[in-house]
Design a protein around this ligand. Structure first.
Ligand code: ADP
Ligand code: ADP
Length: 228
């Protein structure tokens, strides 16, 4: 479980980006942070992997105060998927995934099978895509590889910061569907940032609506639709 207790972030210039935030995310839950630009979504995300530290308050993961965890260690347990995933262009898809498995110390003789499983998980036929290079994939397919890389590390939490925003509408919808499907087979907690309410309604277990650094509404998509 991921828990924010009374978390405030004041940047050095005095901007208060997040105000007394209280939020609990259950293990395996997919929460979507949504709200206008500048409402504190990125700051909230960045505090989870300690790219930014709170000015006050506590963030715990499974009861452990993350301010006491080495940031490098912490990030090993937190997957991160962003708009520009940055696959290595000179490496094949399999090689791009393998680096993560290597880091994770998965034995060499198990890696190939694991890569195939991961590719299948995100609907990429291993026979067809393993040995392709990133530029031979569509934007949506590259994002799928980004998701694979996040999953390969077997983190307990995956942060997704507008991962589909750069895609065309059709690919975007496809990936939303796939994420919903994938969510049923994986155990990770997912925190997903978007400014697109349709996307949030489609994929979220719970939607956290933020404004001026505060949560103004937190509800399931169903209830959000009934009580906007
Ligand atoms: P969002 O992701 O919802 O657009 P952010 O968390 O990026 O919101 O920003 C929240 C507020 O904090 C904004 O007013 C933004 O300008 C400000 N902010 C973000 N990062 C910094 C920073 N490093 N220094 C000062 N202010 C910042
Ligand atoms: P994002 O929404 O992905 O964080 P931004 O364009 O908001 O991207 O911010 C880019 C970088 O600039 C981030 O590291 C953010 O923390 C920082 N930043 C954002 N707003 C401010 C600000 N008002 N003052 C200083 N740094 C900022």
């Amino acid at each position: 479980m991921l828990k924010f207790e009374n978390v405030t972030k004041r940047y050095v210039d005095g901007t208060v980006a997040v105000k007394s935030l209280n939020l609990q995310v259950a293990a395996g839950e997919l929460v979507v942070l949504i709200g206008p630009s500048g409402c504190g979504k990125s700051t909230t995300m960045k505090m989870i992997n300690r790219l930014v530290d709170p000015s006050s308050g506590t963030i715990t993961v499974d009861g452990k105060d993350i301010s006491k965890v080495n940031p490098v260690e912490l990030r090993r347990n937190i997957g991160y998927v962003i708009q520009q995933i940055g696959l290595f262009p000179h490496m094949t898809i399999a090689q791009n995934a393998e680096i993560i498995l290597k880091l994770k110390k998965v034995p060499e003789n198990e890696r190939s099978k694991k890569i195939d499983e991961l590719l299948e998980l995100v609907n990429l036929d291993p026979a067809q895509y393993r040995d392709r290079y990133p530029h031979e994939l569509s934007g949506g397919q590259q994002q799928r590889v980004g998701v694979i890389r996040a999953l390969a590390a077997e983190p307990s939490i995956i942060l997704m910061d507008e991962p589909f925003s750069a895609l065309d509408p059709l690919s975007r919808e496809q990936l939303q569907d796939e994420l919903s499907r994938l969510k049923k087979t994986i155990k990770q907690t997912i925190v997903f940032v978007t400014h697109d309410m349709d996307e949030a309604l489609k994929i979220a277990d719970r939607i956290i609506l933020m404004k001026d650094g505060e949560i103004v509404q937190a509800d399931t998509p169903d209830r959000m639709l009934r009580h906007p």
